[in-house]
Design a protein around this ligand. Structure first.
Ligand code: NAD
Length: 498
């Protein structure tokens, strides 16, 4: 049988496409973007030593937003030196004083929340509804939460006493593009609360909100060098990871790069935490509230265009309700709006980059070629320019299929079925990853039994993609090690004195 290609929607004649009509609701807040950005080192924006500039673009329009600096090894060296110098006094700063800075940063993020949300959407392509209502509030929450910890660190490790813990030193932090400012907050807030200083490298496609955060750090008079931000790609990341003056590396990104970083840190004495990829199962039992589960499936895989490390990208449905779930999913997908991320009605925005779009398309093609059945529901026209991929799901997926095993990092769901809880657990754990999982059931006892047996850092029950600064997040196996958030997240930034 000749299979249709990914750019043609597969819809059944029995279910004609119908969408709601909405008037456009464009975001009206304008954000000021400089044409060019230097590096943020020692509390000031400074030009690079020999580095070129590169463009960061709006993936919804393909237009250049600004030129940012590709940091060189010499620049990274300067940033690490600034962090080392600042560490001497920052570590001595009274915890209550450190807390004041974190509170100020959090409040200033709230003051500038709308600007930050618009900038995040412009640079990354995610819907304004998400950057405004999820990303930026969580960023502020993270700083508030950790501000509260500054003078209570002895309670982070209750089995130790006062004076048993100290900051680690200079932290090199490398982050990805899917939640740019949120990842920066997850890295910086606990490090600063514990008395460390930082050199942060944002992802090359989404550096702008980190640079706006640098402005905020200046506004709150954070002492120079406590946070340094070097922009650039893998070369700058590698220079930071391999720098001998760095005491701890915190990396969030792909498993492939994470493995390379683990190799380079081995034997160096550097502390390391890795937050890597995932292929997380979302398990729907027949006794679940199906309509509620549908919302969880949608949020699980189509939130942030599926650019989510813990995305529920493998849907496991109990066989007796499979047809009902698929039909309701189709129905729900018809009302998901794909398009201009700055429109407040948009549910699914732009794919972050041309390269990521090519990757997603390659996986869709592999899925079709390996024999799974693709469904892509057209719910309206797409903008003429930009990088777009309609929400897609595959049925007739085998556990051995590539799309059931590898992280796609896009709006593509692989649907499989199971007959018994045992089979659901076996299938869910049949992955080299272990980041998150979802369980949908009406039975409390089943929730506890299944959740306990899933190999995942986070298990959400009758919900999905819920984040809180107080709850630790992180993975097992190829999803990495170490936790971010909560008490456990602090331990990654503290060393024992004895
Ligand atoms: P990536 O690994 O390609 O890049 C991540 C960061 O590392 C970028 O800043 C990049 O410039 C830098 N980098 C690249 N090569 C490097 C090297 N050799 N040495 C040092 N730094 C290097 O990942 P990505 O495409 O930006 O992000 C997507 C990945 O991140 C997905 O796999 C996703 O699952 C993962 N992720 C994980 C979490 C988590 O908390 N577990 C959260 C978000 C994203």
């Amino acid at each position: 049988m000749q299979r249709k290609r990914y750019d043609a929607a597969v819809t059944s004649a029995a279910t004609p496409v119908r969408t709601w009509e909405y008037a456009p609701a464009p975001e009206t807040v304008k954000v000021s973007i400089r044409p060019e950005y230097d590096l943020f080192i020692g509390g000031a924006f400074v030009p690079s030593k020999g580095g070129k500039r590169f463009a960061t673009t709006n993936p919804a329009t393909e237009e250049t937003l600004a030129k940012v600096t590709e940091a060189t090894e010499a620049d990274v060296d300067r940033a690490v030196a600034a962090a080392r110098k600042a560490f001497r006094s920052w570590r001595q700063t009274k915890p209550k004083e450190r807390a004041k800075y974190l509170f100020r940063i959090a409040r200033r993020i709230q003051d500038r929340a709308r600007e930050l949300a618009v900038l995040e959407t412009l640079d990354g392509g995610k819907p304004i509804r998400e950057s405004r209502d999820v990303d930026i509030p969580l960023v502020a929450q993270h700083f508030f939460h950790h501000a509260g910890w500054c003078d209570k660190l002895k309670y982070a490790a209750p089995y130790l006493s006062e004076g048993d813990l100290e900051p680690i030193g200079v932290c090199g932090q490398v982050i990805p593009w899917n939640f740019p400012l949120m990842m920066a907050a997850w890295k910086l807030a606990p490090a600063l609360a514990c008395g460390n200083t930082c050199v942060l490298k944002p992802a090359e496609t989404t550096p702008l909100t980190a640079l706006m955060l640098a402005e905020i750090l200046q506004e709150v008079d954070l002492p120079p060098g406590v946070v340094n931000i070097v922009t650039g790609g893998p070369t700058a990341g590698r220079a930071l990871v391999e720098h001998k003056g760095v005491d701890k590396i915190a990396f969030t990104g792909s498993t492939e790069v994470g493995k390379r970083i683990a190799e380079s840190c081995a034997g160096s004495g550097k502390r390391l935490t890795l937050e890597l990829g995932g292929k997380s199962p979302n398990i729907v039992f027949a006794d679940a509230a199906i309509d509620q589960a549908i919302e969880g499936i949608v949020s699980g895989i189509w939130f942030n265009q599926g650019h989510v490390c813990c995305a529920g990208s493998r849907l496991l449905v109990e066989e007796s309700v499979l047809d009902e779930v698929i039909e309701k999913l189709r129905h729900r997908l018809r009302s998901l709006r794909v398009g201009d991320p700055l429109d407040k009605n948009t549910d699914v925005g732009a794919i972050n980059s041309a390269a990521q779009l090519a990757t997603i398309r390659r996986y869709i093609e592999i899925g079709e070629n390996e024999g799974a059945r693709r469904e892509t529901i057209e719910s309206g026209p797409l903008p003429a320019r930009g990088y777009w991929c309609r929400p897609t799901f595959f049925t007739e997926v085998q556990p051995s299929h590539t799309i059931a095993r590898e992280e796609i990092f896009g709006p593509v769901l692989a649907v499989m079925s199971f007959r018994t809880p045992e089979e659901a657990i076996l299938r869910a754990n049949n992955t080299p990853y272990g980041l998150s999982a979802g369980v949908w059931t009406d039975k409390g006892s089943k929730v506890f039994d299944v959740a306990r047996r899933l190999k995942a850092g986070v298990v959400w029950c009758n919900t999905f993609n819920k984040f809180d600064a107080a709850s630790p997040f992180g993975g097992f196996r190829e999803s990495g090690f170490g936790r971010e958030g909560g008490r456990q997240g602090l331990l990654a930034y503290l060393a024992r004195t004895r």
